[in-house]
Design a protein around this ligand. Structure first.
Ligand SMILES: [Zn+2]
Length: 408
């Protein structure tokens, strides 16, 4: 990933005053404090490890009780500080899909833990015994379906269901301040401008993030005509013109990728063809530093259609790789295939190198020539990588290859 993005991520957070009522503790994710004469509203609480720092940043401006905690969604980087902020009598508000979303992530904890560690380049967290299908800790005390409203100290808080990055996403709207808190539905990475296309599918694994819901949610925010938009990551956006410009291009980019995928599906195209064909037009002015269009195309395709690709062989439980060892023998052994893998890399085709070394490794998992060729291809890709998540997974591949080499 780019040096600017890394530098940005490593900046030490400082308290940000948005206006007389709203303060922000930047972090992963951002924590917002809305102060009123009758007490405070906290919007999101950061990841557990960062929550004390966020709370300390906000301490000088926190006077009176914490009356409400509003959770824009149930991701770990937004709910980790709940125990730090909750007081006796604090109401915690979430959209009703929070419950199933929390159960889903808890249900699959053992599956997600190593993928989160790899995808975010962080240490593997210990997962205890399975908590069952409905074993999540549910902290919120108030749930709503489409809208919810409360007032505190003269400020009105209007909450809207705005599914997007997660099905439980909500937007908090304070009409008197023309401020919208939109969670991770825009700028989910917090990287500098120009912003990235979103992760309609993220590689750590996710149930479908429905593009049409997300688009409608962005429309809901635009229709409020906010003067301030506050995200779960990254900087505030000020001024309705700028907010509308950014949210519109983001929404239209999603609409474009969704519609092109659907058109291709209806035309009988397979998912790989569409992953290669669909490119984001320059007019949207978005990078692919966080979400990648090709991953999103596949996310949309598989979200709508599931796994079967109409090839009769796909109906059965034996994968294509089950015949790789036979192909290695037919080619005259692992060296011949590894040579071909290296030729592909020399020709600037590292992905073919990865595929071909997989073929060799299915025959001999510790083949050092193939593992070294694989490392070269992974490093080649890493040197040219501009996507934060792709970079993490390339590192994961590099670590695995080195481990296999070291294990000889
Ligand atoms: Zn987040």
């Amino acid at each position: 990933m780019g040096a600017a993005a890394i530098a940005y991520a490593q900046e030490k957070p400082k308290l940000v005053r948005i206006n007389d009522s709203i303060y922000m503790a930047p972090g992963s994710g951002n924590v917002y404090l809305v102060t009123t004469p009758a007490g405070n509203v906290v919007i999101d609480t950061a990841i557990e490890s960062m929550a004390p720092e966020s709370k300390a940043l906000l301490a000088p401006v926190t006077h009176g009780p914490i009356k409400y905690i509003v959770l824009t969604h149930g991701h770990a980087d937004h709910i980790g500080g709940i125990p730090l902020w909750r007081e006796p009598g604090t109401q915690i508000v979430a959209q009703k899909n929070y419950v199933e979303f929390a159960n889903y992530t808890t249900r699959l904890e053992g599956f997600f833990a190593p993928r989160n560690a790899a995808g975010f380049s962080r240490p593997l967290e210990e997962v205890g015994s399975w908590k069952g299908n409905f074993g999540a800790t549910i902290d919120p005390t108030i749930f709503f379906d489409q809208t919810y409203e409360f007032t505190l100290g003269g400020l009105t808080f209007k909450l809207f269901s705005t599914p997007g990055e997660t099905p439980d996403h909500l937007t908090v709207w304070i009409p008197q301040l023309k401020a919208a808190f939109i969670g991770d539905n825009y700028d989910g990475a917090g990287l500098p401008e120009p912003k990235s296309f979103p992760n309609l599918y993220t590689l750590r694994g996710t149930e479908p993030r429905w593009a049409l819901d997300w688009i409608k949610s962005i429309d809901t925010v635009i229709a409020l005509k906010p003067e301030i938009v506050l995200s779960g990551h990254g900087d505030p956006i000020f001024g309705n013109e700028e907010i509308t410009r950014r949210l519109t291009r983001f929404r239209d980019a999603m609409q474009y990728v969704h519609d092109e995928t659907v058109k291709g599906m209806n035309a009988g195209k397979d998912v790989y063809t569409l992953m290669q064909e669909i490119k984001l037009p320059a007019r949207y002015d978005l990078t692919e530093s966080f979400g990648k269009v090709s991953w999103s195309v596949r996310g949309i395709y598989d979200g709508y259609a599931g796994w079967f690709d109409t090839d009769a062989a796909t109906m059965y439980s034996r994968p294509p790789s089950s015949v790789y060892p036979d192909l290695v023998k037919l080619a005259g052994g692992p060296d011949a295939v590894t040579q071909l893998a290296l030729k592909k890399l020399e020709a600037g085709d590292p992905v073919s190198t990865l595929h071909l070394t997989n073929v060799v490794l299915s025959y001999d998992a510790k083949n050092s020539s193939a593992l070294n060729a694989r490392l070269k291809a992974l490093n080649y890709l890493q040197d040219r990588c501009e996507n934060y998540i792709e970079s993490s997974w390339l590192n994961y591949g590099i670590r695995k290859a080195k481990e296999a080499l070291g294990a000889q």
